[in-house]
Design a protein around this ligand. Sequence first.
Ligand SMILES: NC(=O)c1ccc[n+]([C@@H]2O[C@H](COP(=O)([O-])OP(=O)(O)OC[C@H]3O[C@@H](n4cnc5c(N)ncnc54)[C@H](O)[C@@H]3O)[C@@H](O)[C@H]2O)c1
Ligand SMILES: [Zn+2]
Length: 339
Amino acid sequence: VATGLLARLPAALAPATPAFVVADENTLPLLPPALAHLPRHVLPPGEASKSWAELERLLLALDAAGLDRDSHLVAFGGGVVTDLAGLAASLHRRGIPWSAVPTSLVGQVDAACGGKTAIDFAGGKNTIGSFHPPRAVLVDPAALASLPGEHLRAGLAEVLKTALIAGGELYARTLELDLPALVRADARATAVIAGCLSVKDGLVRRDLHDHGPRRALNLGHTFGHALEALSLRTPGAGLLHGEAVALGLLCAARVAGTRRGVGAGLEHRLRDRLSAWGLGTTRSGLDPDAVLAEMRRDKKRRGGRLTLILPLAPGRVEVLEGLDDDVVRIGLGALTPGC
Ligand SMILES: NC(=O)c1ccc[n+]([C@@H]2O[C@H](COP(=O)([O-])OP(=O)(O)OC[C@H]3O[C@@H](n4cnc5c(N)ncnc54)[C@H](O)[C@@H]3O)[C@@H](O)[C@H]2O)c1
Ligand SMILES: [Zn+2]
């Protein structure tokens, strides 16, 4: 993680010699001239590109470029680009090495690191994929200067999640982080991004396949995924993933308050920080039964048990097994306007 890294990109990738670049239409203009001569594949921006059809197009492009087992692929973009390019890298000739150069905040603190690659399939999100960790994740916070504000804010929800899991200095710095600092990519913002990346990297190293400690990263996601999926079914009311995670963090904090006696201060601090960043912290018209049904559907698609990660304190989370109507109702109470 370093500002100005993009300008030094080929050198920063060494000893790997990049052979192919995957970007999307919005990130292509940021591609350093030193990589512009490489064969490349450019995706239409947006989640819709994490599809079987786009995966096939990319695999055909890798084939046409004649990449062999040692050819190094560079994924240059947000989570959509790194998820799809990482999956293609894991499939081409049974797997070629790749590096991620994440350009969105979600990508920098989360998606590019950890080795999970995926497309959306048969109506489910991230249902086809692989574990294929990149050789390197190279983060230039200065790339965030051109990121649209809504995506910056959505990324901040993932930052807060990671900081809450870690506690300590990262949490304190995150509570002080403001949007202008992030857009300027000043030293404080860079420290927070580096801190989040290192927390995720530490969890992934202990548990690549997500059966143990890595599950902490699901904080805010049990409610978050359900609210995201439900929102996408109402035209015009769609939430970005990070916006849904922001709400999910508050639900998890509320359950921790009610079921584990965690003081209300934690939920208040999270709410204050999220709204200071311009993220929504309430949601009206939610039907608890529909939310629970969506959680169950999500669990079925992803496999595993229905669990909720509870924040007990900064730096301390606990896994709550078995979710019932009661827990869902308590959690959603955190989103009632005026609560
Ligand atoms: N693999 C994982 O562990 C993991 C973790 C979290 C999220 N994800 C996935 O990541 C995706 C979300 O990532 P995202 O939020 O980065 O989405 P994204 O890749 O769609 O990027 C958001 C938007 O910002 C644009 N953009 C990116 N960088 C830019 C820049 N520097 N300047 C201007 N525009 C820029 C993109 O073109 C896009 O329009 C989801 O599909 C999610 O499932 C994966
Ligand atoms: Zn997430």
